[in-house]
Design a protein around this ligand. Structure first.
Ligand code: PFF
Length: 447
């Protein structure tokens, strides 16, 4: 079966960035930073992204590009034995993440709708919070919006790798970036307590750093960089062989961190200016942004644009999740792409609806009093992704023949390795896996 490939350098960057930049940056990063001491979290996040996540990203891209197939098959091709399970678990993680991710995508669609009909105009911050709470409690609204959100990504994935996914990302990513810059300027220069928000995010406070901060930062970094579950591996399999992987990966990590910081700079000045709680958790973005638009000149239009772009960010990431599972199903079960994609989307619509309903407050789909949505969110980011990342980086560093790793990272096999390659290989073989393992062992009380 002919496989797709990304056509251009810009298209490759935009598409990988489309997967990476998403709700993780706009929605998850600010609330985790809010809950974990702001700047302390940011600092740890940046260190972890460079030393631990970058090597994992390079491992995934290298494995994917060297094998040009879905995540599970790539492991199977390179090594016999149970290694294929790492790829398989990755595909399972993609499934779990999509189930709650599409719900948040649905929230942005709802806020887009509400912005268009002027639902928020003249409302106080308490009334806006109430609006969101009532929407969640309704159950039907969040479920329907989540399904629409999934449906749109389904169409893009069915259109194919370069005609659907690449083209879509090439338009949406630059638009997203420009809009964030406009909103940062508004938050910094037009809100009364903006400096408090900036201080909260940027002034380092080392005392607030705990083991939990490091672990949460690692989970977030993996989530935000779409790592540990085969999405980068699958996208890597569509990258043409003359692209420079280390350059691409470093560019992506930098861009992703930049968008997360910018998003914090949009949200925290507003949180402090409107007397909101920085530690309120997953609802932070949705309770904060409508307040900004109330006081902003042209707020009506910006509100529409903003939620449209939050949705774009969500859908470009959702596309990569769906593509990971679709590539697996179509290649392993020898199904046509569109059939595989449709079948998967149908099952995802069931688990996604369960996640949406679990937040209604009626006790539906809760396990031990915890909504399925929260369980999927924390299990995937704090357990599945770091565990997947650990085995992926171990595989790339120790199991995959080193000439394959070298040829992927340097685009040549026989040259004597450059210093960059030696450093990257050291990070992949030692720093990244040891760091993740130590953190896990500490967490489960072994050390
Ligand atoms: N990186 C995406 C975000 O920051 O929103 C989320 C994500 C997409 C995670 C794709 C995992 C993935 F495979």
């Amino acid at each position: 079966m002919a496989r797709g490939e990304f056509n251009s350098r810009i298209g490759t960057f935009a598409t990988v960035a489309g997967s990476v930049v998403g709700l993780g940056n706009l929605w998850r990063f600010p609330y985790l930073a809010g809950e974990n001491g702001g700047s302390a979290f940011l600092l740890v996040y940046l260190c972890v992204s460079l030393l631990v996540s970058l090597p994992v990203m390079l491992s995934e891209l290298s494995i994917g590009r060297s094998q040009r197939c879905n995540a599970m098959r790539a492991f199977k091709n390179i090594a016999p034995g149970p290694w294929f399970l790492v790829g398989f678990l990755g595909v399972a993680a993609a499934y779990v993440i999509t189930s709650f991710y599409m719900v948040v995508g649905g929230w942005s669609l709802e806020f887009l709708r509400a912005s268009v009909v002027g639902e928020f105009s003249g409302k106080s911050s308490d009334e806006i919070k109430n609006y969101f709470d009532l929407f969640l409690a309704g159950g039907t609204g969040p479920t329907l919006q989540a399904l629409v959100s999934l449906g749109i990504s389904l169409v893009v994935v069915v259109l194919g790798v370069s005609k659907g996914i690449e083209r879509f990302n090439k338009i949406l990513m630059p638009a997203l970036f420009v809009l964030i810059l406009i909103l940062v300027c508004n938050s910094l220069f037009c809100l009364p307590e903006s400096w408090k928000g900036v201080t909260f995010l940027l002034k380092p406070d080392f005392e607030k750093i705990s083991l939990q901060t490091v672990l949460t930062a690692m989970g977030q970094s993996f989530f935000s960089l779409s790592l540990g579950m085969g999405a980068m591996l699958t996208y890597g399999s569509y990258i043409s062989s003359d692209r420079n992987l280390p350059k691409t990966a470093l560019g992506i990590v930098t861009f992703d961190s930049l968008v997360a910081i910018l998003s914090g700079m949009v949200i925290f000045p507003a949180v402090f200016s409107f007397g909101l709680e920085p530690t309120q958790g997953p609802t932070l973005l949705f309770n904060t942004m409508p307040n900004i638009f109330q006081q902003m000149p042209g707020g009506y239009g910006f509100s529409i644009l903003f939620f449209l772009l939050v949705y774009f960010a969500a859908v470009t990431s959702q596309v990569s999740l769906l593509e990971t599972v679709t590539a697996f199903a179509s290649e392993e079960l020898r199904m046509k792409r569109w059939k595989a994609c449709l079948a998967i989307a149908l099952t995802m619509s069931v688990t996604g609806s369960m996640c949406a309903l679990s937040l209604s407050g009626h006790g539906w789909f809760e396990i031990g009093g915890k909504p399925l949505f929260d369980i999927f969110d924390s299990v995937s980011s704090n357990v599945m992704l770091p565990l997947g990342g650990f085995f992926i980086v171990l595989f790339a560093g120790w199991i995959m023949p080193s000439r394959v790793l070298q040829s992927q990272l340097t685009n040549s096999e026989n040259e004597s390795p450059s210093i960059n390659y030696v450093v990257l290989r050291f990070l992949i073989r030692f720093v990244s896996p040891i760091f993740v393992a130590l953190l896990f062992l500490t967490l489960i009380g072994v050390i």
